[in-house]
Design a protein around this ligand. Structure first.
Ligand SMILES: Cc1cc2nc3c(=O)[nH]c(=O)nc-3n(C[C@H](O)[C@H](O)[C@H](O)COP(=O)(O)O)c2cc1C
Length: 214
């Protein structure tokens, strides 16, 4: 592998377009349309999104999480509140989300403010998760250093025994965040890098829609 080979990788985007006249005036509805397309196309992980946060010095970090719901109130994902991302959000709630659906030659970028969902919403989602995932939420002090894999597996065994009746309560440090967007960008790949970028920004009188240069 050399960088020459990487720099030779180049793909033309030519299957679709995105026009101001066709987009929904409501960015949540527009997102819904594109998510429907991603679901219908049976992409491998249509709900996977990169979540970017910043630490106290403004240094960014990012990781993939799964979108578990969205509506006009925002975009919800679940995680460990004590994880790196959880701590960063508590310190600085402005985050960015990005979806990349290569098969559709589309990307969606969202930025906004994250806040914890209500505890009963987290309870309801936690209860819907498979037993092993609920055990995992207790077993993993996410983002902390552990000695080895065996340590984690021993913890899981203990927890399986403790909750053998299947009633695993939600850990208090595990739950959802809702990202309330202030900006959306819908990106559609076009030939010769002349992509379509339609951007929604929240103003006092509603969402303003503009086209950005590719
Ligand atoms: C496809 C995929 C989906 C993931 N979904 C989640 C998720 O929904 N919640 C979560 O906490 N971590 C999820 N992860 C793991 C995160 O990327 C990350 O490793 C973890 O949350 C720790 O991040 P942090 O140390 O930056 O807080 C997922 C990873 C991948 C690759």
């Amino acid at each position: 592998m050399n960088t020459q080979q990487l720099s030779d990788i180049r793909r033309e985007y030519s299957t679709r377009s995105l026009d101001e006249a066709d987009v929904d005036h409501d960015p949540f509805a527009q997102f819904g349309r594109w998510m429907e397309d991603a679901l219908s196309a049976e992409l491998p992980e249509p709900t996977a999104m990169t979540l970017a946060t910043v630490d106290g010095e403004g240094r960014p970090s990012s990781r993939v999480v799964l979108l578990k719901g969205f509506d006009s109130a925002g975009f919800v994902f679940y995680t460990n509140y004590l994880s790196r991302k959880g701590q960063e959000i508590e310190n600085s709630p402005y985050v960015a989300l990005s979806f990349f659906w290569p098969e559709l030659e589309r990307q969606v970028l969202i930025s906004g403010r994250a806040g914890k969902v209500m505890p009963d919403e987290s309870d309801e989602y936690f209860a819907s998760r498979p037993f092993e995932s609920r055990i995992g939420a207790w077993a993993s002090a996410q983002s902390t250093v552990i000695g080895d894999r065996a340590e984690l597996e021993a913890k899981v065994s203990d927890l399986r025994a403790r909750y053998a009746d299947g009633n695993v309560p939600r850990p208090p440090h595990w739950g959802g965040y809702r990202v309330v967007p202030g900006r959306f960008e819908f990106w559609q790949g076009r030939p010769s890098r002349l992509h379509d970028r339609i951007c929604y920004t929240l103003r006092e009188d509603g969402w303003a829609i503009v086209r950005l240069s590719p």
